[in-house]
Design a protein around this ligand. Sequence first.
Ligand SMILES: [Zn+2]
Length: 251
Amino acid sequence: MAICKTEAIVTKSLKLGETSKIVWLYTKDFGKVKVVAKAARAPKNRFGSSLELFTHSAVVFYKKDRRDLQLLSQSDALRHFRAFEADVAKFAFASAVIELLDSMVMGEEPNPGLFQLVLDALARLEACPRSALRTVFWSFELHAADLLGYRPELWKCARCGKEGELPRFAPLKGGLICRACSAKDSDSFEVSPEARDFLRKLQAAPVSESAFDAAGPRLEAEIDRIVEVFLQYHVDRLPGLKSLRLVRNLK
Ligand SMILES: [Zn+2]
């Protein structure tokens, strides 16, 4: 049995018995971990508010390799995201970040860069105006894909590597492609120059600087479609994600 000390984000919890809780954590050093927090619902318990949804906490747990549920020994809140409790739209986007993360990460593989991206995205969603929630979410989606090894190619043809005009998006090729290549690729669709520029802007800026406003419903629908179709090739469970459907339909 190993004693593991790391940082975590609370992604889900369930009541267990009279006073305990099962808590799903996304950790900086151990990927996804499910823990039991004994007596976490008892009055004046040692975990305080550190196990609330979205909370960033410093945790210590005992890990047995062949056990599915680990034992949480200590948890101290480092940061709460209180704005999500009071704002339905913000809560929906924060939930979509967590749900997408859960479906993109398989298990215990550590990815400190992705952990930091989730924290940055939550912080940005908390601070940004409502009109910018969607761009912050797209930014999270693009950067998460990048950190998991499938960065969309937006700057040169994803098929032949040529730079220049890239008028179509080919999800199977993983990005934008040139006109000549699109004749050989039936699985591509037209992308407006505005959408292409907007995607490049999203990819070039860190999520912490991504809160620029989207430019109208038509462009918004186009970006939504491109990002969704792209991610579908990499995330098996994507079509079934409830919170993702919810934010796509949020006006
Ligand atoms: Zn090409």
